[in-house]
Design a protein around this ligand. Sequence first.
Ligand SMILES: Nc1nc2c(ncn2[C@@H]2O[C@H](COP(=O)(O)OP(=O)(O)OP(=O)(O)O)[C@@H](O)[C@H]2O)c(=O)[nH]1
Ligand SMILES: [Mg+2]
Length: 450
Amino acid sequence: MLYHAIQYIAKDKDILGVFLAAANVLNLVIRGILVKNKLASTDSIVVIKIGLIGKTNTGKTTFFNSATLGSGEISNYPFTTQQPSIGNANAITLCVHKELNVQDNPKNSRCLDGWRFIPIELVDLPGLIKGAWKGKGLGNQFLSIAAQSDALLHIVDVSGSIDASGKITEPGTGDPIADIADIEEELVMWYLKLLEGNRDKISRAINSGIDEVAAITDIFRGIGVREQHVKFALQANKLLGVKFDDWDPAKAKDFSWSLREISKPTLIVANKVDLHYASENFKRLREEYKDTIIVPCSADAELTLRRAETRGMIKYLPGDERFDIKDQQKLNDKQKWALNFIRKDILGEYMRTGVQFAINVTVFKLLRMNAVYPVADTGKLSDKHGNILPDVYLMKTGSTIEDLAREIHTELVKGLLYAIDIRDGLRLPNNYQIKDRDILSIVSAIKKKS
Ligand SMILES: Nc1nc2c(ncn2[C@@H]2O[C@H](COP(=O)(O)OP(=O)(O)OP(=O)(O)O)[C@@H](O)[C@H]2O)c(=O)[nH]1
Ligand SMILES: [Mg+2]
């Protein structure tokens, strides 16, 4: 079967892969300690966190391993992943060093072949089942971790090769559209459960004079909901001005639906496009979910390419639309066949495997982040130590120079004067809204100590 041949390289464990996975874990532990002890060089390390959700067996761990070079267990048994795990991945953007004609020395990111790799975190989660919101399966644990994510990737088996209970079956048997609806319902029910369970508390707060938006936000704050989200969800359901005590169950559910959608931006990953029936289902999915971004994907193909690259068989960067085989002679027939299949049927049909693309789209389109390069020395384009274009920060659309200064160091904000746009020398006011790929030098009366 096609799929087993592709697996061949992916399952071939290599020492470098294991080493990289160990380094990944070590990195996370060190970062955890730094953050805990507040020894980190910046005041706030804001790393975007993306959670992988979906039914069991849809390929969440395969996606996770391919993006993080991790070694989470992959199997065709339902509910293989029992514990959430966090790994380092990257959002990738074209680096500005070529345009500026300088050689960079990245510090908080990496630059490979002209691409900047900006660290983000991926969270692999246990598979969901119907009834998870009632605490069924690994429900509660899953939902509390998912809640800490800035965005979600909903991984679905677009080939329909899992049945309603999550068991692997023949492609074309399962229904990916129903699968998505089931998982969506789970998330909404979880929000609704929080709302209904706290009706008295919300009512009491409102009656004691607390603003309705604030009272509702308070209930959901632990799962990353902000006042703005609640306001938008109230507006979307024409509930602004309607007394909270008068909300009937249908209104409460509609509100929960909107709040879930607004507070956890979600992208659908149509995984397993390498299998039969995937392209038909993908078309149906696009028709059904017109308002959602859907990325076709073969996590298995990406894992295969990343492993082959790690072993020196091919030259490939995540997200690339091509790869080069280094030495045909060193490949056996199975490996040649698998790589040819990926080249023709995945990259040829879909341009890319979809894993890195899904991450980039989530960061830059769904979360509307802009990559910005702060420098201290406007002449050398470096930090104080001479590192050229050392850092890149991800800032949400609408962020200002002041937000950037705060992100770098709170001390910087205190004496903030203005910023200089490196491209044209323009002096930018503190309320200037940062654009993608801006290169800026912040001028402050108070210098950062380090
Ligand atoms: N053909 C194909 N198979 C895939 C792909 N991604 C994952 N699989 C297979 O699907 C099965 C389930 O993969 P996992 O990554 O363990 O799925 P999961 O969603 O993490 O499953 P749980 O941990 O049980 O929730 C395995 O047999 C994988 O090899 C893909 O892109 N194409
Ligand atoms: Mg898993």
